[in-house]
Write a protein that binds this ligand. Structure first.
Ligand code: R5P
Length: 298
């Protein structure tokens, strides 16, 4: 029997919680590799498992992408040099998608360049709820086939279990796509607010005029929580209008700096995320949705 029938999954250090759960759901071998920095800061990589003629998967969510990019490419290229049949990146969180336009002369559209680099070292990509705003599909920038999964079922399932009378709220127009889907799966109402971003850490949120406080529990849903300002401003506005403490749900727990504590201290009820990025707020597991998709690919 060809060895390519036995895929192998390499799990990025620090991402073992989801990576190993995935491995065990799929009954795949976990790959061994060595990763360290030389004293001058360059990356040393050594693939220790046999990958020749096998389908290789590398599980690495791409928060802090600049530090991860070089060693990630070295692993993929090494696997290719060692004869891997195919190398797929599983990046439940895919970085750099928010830089999708040059707003000022000379500004880098880094989403495009990042996609170009990843497309040259990998054969395929699997991700969850990528931040597609001005791009309709990842195919606009990625030259390799990508499979886009959604966390909506898992989020809706969590809300059905944990929140009585939810009223879903998307804090900005981009979040409309996620909130509409989660609300429909939960059979609950939703509305979408308007956001004006005035700086990296400065946003203004406006609720639609018709919105007054109701009996329900507000559930804010967004794809990324980064500085937390989008959630914090939304929480403040809802509280001012007399709503109960909102449940804040983010798919990807980026949480820059002290954002998590700031959000928890801002009048939010619960702060909950999916486990695409390891974080204490992870309550929604994505291993099943990923495993189903990966199983179906083979
Ligand atoms: C962008 O529009 C995204 O959907 C999020 O709303 C945004 O990344 C959240 O960023 P922050 O937490 O820094 O407000």
């Amino acid at each position: 029997m060809s060895h390519s029938r036995f895929p192998i999954l390499f799990v990025w250090p620090g991402q073992e919680a989801l990576g190993r759960r995935l491995c065990s759901r799929l009954c795949w071998e976990e790959g061994a590799f060595e990763l360290r920095r030389f004293p001058d800061g360059e990356s040393y990589v050594r693939v220790l498992s046999r990958v020749s003629d096998r389908e290789v998967f590398i599980h690495s969510s791409l928060d802090q992408p600049d530090a991860k990019l070089a060693p990630l490419l070295w692993i993929a290229e090494t696997a290719r040099d060692m004869g891997a049949a195919k190398v797929t990146l599983i990046a439940p969180y895919l970085a750099y998608l928010r830089q999708d336009k040059s707003f000022f002369d000379g500004e880098a559209v880094s989403s495009k360049y990042f996609a170009k680099v990843l497309s040259s070292s990998f054969d395929a990509l699997v991700t969850v709820d990528p931040h597609l705003h001005r791009y309709v599909s990842l195919d606009e920038i990625y030259k390799i086939p990508s499979q886009v999964l959604s966390a909506s079922q898992e989020i809706a399932h969590w809300v059905r279990r944990e929140v009585e009378k939810p009223v879903f709220i998307g804090p900005d127009s981009e979040s409309g796509q996620w909130v509409a889907q989660v609300a429909s799966l939960s059979g609950a109402p939703y509305f979408v607010a308007e956001k004006i971003r005035k700086g990296d850490r400065l946003v203004e949120i406006r609720l639609p005029d018709f919105v007054g406080a109701t009996e329900g529990v507000p559930v804010l849903v967004d794809d990324i929580i980064s500085t937390g300002r989008t959630m914090i401003e939304s929480v403040a506005l809802l509280r001012q209008k007399g709503w109960a403490a909102p449940v804040c749900i983010g798919v990807h727990a980026v949480f820059a700096g002290d954002a998590y504590n700031e959000l928890k201290g801002s009048g939010a009820g619960r702060v909950v995320t999916c486990n695409s990025l390891p974080h204490p707020s992870n309550e929604i597991d994505l291993s099943e949705v990923l495993a189903r998709a990966l199983e179906g690919k083979r």
